[in-house]
Design a protein around this ligand. Structure first.
Ligand code: PRP
Length: 183
C-alpha cells in the first residue's frame, strides 16, 4: 500500500500535485479562449463540484457559475441514454457562452444528453471541460474542448468521484479495491 493511502484503495492514479497542474493548465486555457467574453460554468453534480471549485480559481475574467444535477433512470435506462434532470439551471442561458464542467467522461451518455438539452436553449456556445476521460469507452464521439487526464479503465474514486457516496473527499484519484464494490 502506498504511504498515506486509504486502505480501500489499490493505487493512486493521479496525485494531488498532478491534478493541480492540469487544473491550472485548463483554467489558463479557458481564460485565454474566453478573454473579453462572459462565461457561465455549469458543473454537473455531484462529482464535478471539486473540479469546478479549483478550476474557477484559475479563471481570469468575467465568470459565473451554475449547477445541474442529473440522474439516470437505472441501469437499463442509462444504456439507452435517458437521464432525468434532478436540478436545473437557475437562469436562462440564452445568448450566453456555456462551459459544462464534468469530472469524468465514461460512456458519454450523460454529456450527450446534456449537450443536446443545453443547445436547445439557444446559448451562444456550449463546450465541455472534463477532468478525466476514459479512452475508447464512449459509444458516441463527444467533442470536448478541454480534457485533463486519460483515466485507466478501472473504478476510480477521489477528488469528487464516489463509490456509494464515499471517497469524494480524497485529494487524489485512486483505483478502488474490487472487494469494496463486489462485497
Ligand atoms: C458520473 C460523472 C458523470 C457521469 C459520467 O456521475 O460525474 O456525470 O457519471 O458517466 P457517463 O459518461 O457514463 O455518462 P454519477 O452518475 O456517478 O453521479 P455523481 O456525479 O453524483 O457521483
Amino acid at each position: 500500500m502506498q504511504q498515506g493511502m486509504h486502505p480501500d484503495l489499490v493505487r493512486v492514479v493521479f496525485t494531488k500535485e498532478e491534478i493541480a497542474v492540469v487544473v491550472e493548465r485548463i483554467g489558463r486555457q479557458i481564460s485565454a479562449d474566453y478573454a473579453g467574453q462572459k462565461l457561465l460554468l455549469v458543473a454537473v453534480l455531484k462529482g464535478a463540484f471539486v473540479f469546478m471549485a479549483d478550476l474557477l480559481r484559475y479563471i481570469e475574467g468575467s465568470v459565473e457559475v451554475d449547477f445541474m444535477a442529473v440522474s439516470s433512470y437505472g441501469a437499463e435506462a442509462k444504456s439507452s441514454g435517458v437521464v432525468r434532470i434532478i436540478k436545473d439551471l437557475e437562469n436562462s442561458i440564452e445568448d450566453r457562452h456555456v462551459l459544462i464542467v464534468e469530472d469524468i467522461l465514461d460512456s458519454g451518455l450523460t454529456l450527450t444528453y446534456l449537450l443536446k438539452n443545453l443547445r436547445s436553449r439557444n446559448p451562444l456556445s456550449v463546450e465541455i471541460a472534463t477532468l478525466l476521460y476514459k479512452e475508447g469507452k464512449q459509444d458516441v464521439a463527444i467533442d470536448c474542448k478541454y480534457i485533463g487526464l486519460a483515466c485507466p479503465n478501472e473504478f476510480v474514486v477521489g477528488y469528487g468521484l464516489d463509490y456509494a457516496e464515499r471517497y469524494r473527499e480524497l485529494p487524489y484519484i485512486a483505483v478502488l479495491k474490487p472487494s469494496v464494490y463486489s462485497a
